[in-house]
Design a protein around this ligand. Sequence first.
Ligand SMILES: *[C@@H]1O[C@H](CO)[C@@H](O)[C@H](O)[C@H]1NC(C)=O
Length: 253
Amino acid sequence: MACLQFVFNFLVATLLLLKCVGNAAPCEDCFTQSRAAYYPNSDDKGTETGRCGYGTFGATINDGDVAAASDLYEDGLGCGACYQVRCANSKYCSDKGVTVVITDHGSSHNTDFILSSRAFGRMAQNADAAASLLAFGVTDIEYRRVSCSYPNTNITIKIDESSNNPHYLAFVIWYQQGMKDITAVQLCETESYVCKVLDRSYGAVWTSSSPPTGGALSVRMLFSDEKWIVPLNHIPTNWKPGDVYDSGVQLTA
Ligand SMILES: *[C@@H]1O[C@H](CO)[C@@H](O)[C@H](O)[C@H]1NC(C)=O
């Protein structure tokens, strides 16, 4: 009897555990309820001074459908991630909403996102509805992570203006497709294969105060699925601040 009781208790416990795990499992496609505002200073599009460090690119990427994230910024890990954001008011809002790229860090009025005003308006069904929505300033939304898509574009390395060859190298990684985050970057000199793990300085900016010298530099990227991507193209030894290099590789969207 004691044994049967034990088996029964064990089964109940297992069922309860399974139920808990089931409830806790993240739902990849599900929307999360939240709120969004838009940049007050508005520039219609994005910002050149966003915390991700994208510079002018931050204002033009994704045609200006960009956003600052609060918690989802995750100390820069969230930079470049794409989210589908749709507002809740069926009178004004479209089903599709808008897809934004994270380029900045910030929050206002307990929001998860501050959208560019262009992106905020694009959640609406039409121009009149957009005007009403913008007049509210803050709105209830729901969002989910989606794959970023940059057709006919490879992952691109932009040498930051703060760089100084050969003493200090800072660069930003642009146009990363898909739903993965870059969790680490290794800089390898391609003659002797001396490699260095770089620091995420802030946002999407990676830096090295003494980059390997001697040969061209390969920027190897580690993604959140724990796979390394090795670019086909290298940063030449004569790199200059402001230069832009096509890595020759891309992730699937
Ligand atoms: C992307 O990289 C591939 C492989 O190096 C190259 O053939 C292609 O031209 C690149 N695409 C663009 C748009 O530069």
